[in-house]
Design a protein around this ligand. Structure first.
Ligand SMILES: Cc1cc2nc3c(=O)[nH]c(=O)nc-3n(C[C@H](O)[C@H](O)[C@H](O)COP(=O)(O)OP(=O)(O)OC[C@H]3O[C@@H](n4cnc5c(N)ncnc54)[C@H](O)[C@@H]3O)c2cc1C
Length: 380
């Protein structure tokens, strides 16, 4: 099969190798991790040994010297783990926690955090959301008070992926009494005195440790300020496009797997003397699913191509995030329906896939926020 632009044969080779690794090393454990609501730390070490935690990072920091396209391959293939939670934990580490350090960190921050993160020795989280501020990022209240040699931080972050296991949290804080966008800064907070995590129970992504993190009189040294003081909003905006593209790619990957498995099921299972796929209603539904998958892939790859070409594809990335997350959830619901009663049983992959997919229209900027952005971009 010819490569789909923007991917080339080189990316197809990477895809085959990543897929082989994931299906060999990770997929067989997915059910256990979901049951235990945790996946082991050693997964990061295994991924690092394959170079998979640093595909887009320069070789001087231990990365593979690739780019966003290489990581895109990895993100799509993570869907084959069969655990949205494990994919989310890995994805948060490579996709949202470490990129700000790479882009905005000084040399010593890169050495202290990025290098061990690429080696899988230190795991990262991104802490922006708070109980009182999700979509409205400017409303965060976690406060950093200037003291000799650094800051004292007090506040609470919530719904943080890797929030229990993370060794460091790239954290949005208020560093100015001024309201709005200009009083936000980022501090890299090490797990230690005053940092307490509580794991949250949730509908899907069971293997991931989504947590509330209480920060009580946490001293953060001066050298852990990431980027410019009071200009943290720029840091948030800088990675949003990649985070949302990554979510779109993850949805395309999950839809591909779901489509393959559901077609297989529909060809194996018979009712009224013929395979399910032999009934027109089911065949048409599968045709619709294939069309939805293809549409999501085209829109996502178009946004990705623009992104790697250095355009500022705010409109296309926002559309890709908006389209794919809802389409993925709807597809999982349709796949579940085609599985009948089996689809409702925990032992079938599709029960988990449907729960896992529900996060997409909420996380990383909700559907409503995507529409608000499009309203502005399209000058509506
Ligand atoms: C499993 C999980 C993992 C997460 N991981 C992380 C993480 O690692 N780091 C992190 O910082 N955050 C994380 N989040 C937080 C996530 O980004 C937020 O939940 C999301 O941005 C929505 O914020 P909120 O929950 O506060 O909802 P709210 O902002 O309170 O919104 C509630 C509802 O109102 C809608 N709404 C809000 N404003 C408007 C408006 N202006 N117009 C119309 N509708 C509106 C929203 O779309 C939503 O439907 C995670 C969340 C989950 C559930």
């Amino acid at each position: 099969m010819p490569s789909s632009p923007p991917f080339t044969e080189e990316h197809d080779e990477l895809r085959a190798s990543v897929r082989g690794f994931i299906e060999r090393e990770l997929t067989p454990h997915a059910e256990q991790w979901e049951r235990e609501e945790w996946f082991p730390e050693e997964v990061f070490g295994k991924l690092a040994a394959q170079g998979l935690l640093g595909l887009k990072y320069p070789a001087e920091y231990g990365g593979q010297g690739g780019d966003f396209l290489h990581e895109s391959v990895m993100i799509e293939e993570l869907a084959r783990v069969g655990s949205g939670g494990a994919a989310a934990g890995i994805g948060a580490h490579i996709g949202i926690a470490t990129p700000p350090i790479w882009k905005f960190g000084d040399e010593q921050q890169k050495q202290r955090y990025l290098v061990p993160a690429i080696r899988g020795e230190r795991i990262g989280a991104l802490g922006i959301t708070e109980p009182g501020a999700g979509s409205d990022v400017a409303a965060i209240k976690t406060n950093a008070e200037r003291v000799d040699g650094g800051w004292i931080v007090n506040g609470e972050k919530t719904y943080i992926t890797n929030g229990v296991r993370a060794h460091f949290i790239v954290t949005a804080v208020k560093t100015s009494r001024e309201g709005g966008h200009h009083g936000i800064s980022f501090l890299i907070i090490d797990r230690g005195e005053g940092v307490t995590s509580s794991k949250l129970n949730k509908l899907g992504w069971h293997a991931s440790d989504t947590a509330t993190i209480a920060l009580q009189d946490v001293f953060v040294p001066e050298e852990n300020l990431l980027g410019t003081l009071n200009e943290g909003f720029a840091l948030i905006m800088a990675n949003f496009q990649w985070e949302r593209l990554a979510m779109a790619l993850g949805a395309v990957g999950a839809m591909q797997v779901a489509y393959e498995k559901t077609v297989d099921f529909a060809q194996q299972r018979s009712t009224f003397g013929r395979p399910l796929a032999g009934h027109q209603a089911i065949r048409h539904k599968l045709a619709d699913l294939a069309t939805s998958l293809h549409t999501c892939r085209c829109v996502t790859y178009d946004a990705l191509r623009r992104f790697v070409d250095g355009e500022d594809p705010l409109k296309e990335v926002t559309m890709a995030k908006l389209l794919t997350q809802r389409a993925c959830f709807e597809m999982m619901d349709d796949c579940l329906q085609i599985h009948g009663g089996a689809g409702y049983m925990s032992e079938y992959w599709v029960e988990r896939a449907a729960r896992d997919a529900r996060l997409g229209p909420i996380g990383g900027g909700s559907d409503e926020i995507m529409r608000e952005i499009l309203g502005r971009v399209l000058a509506l």
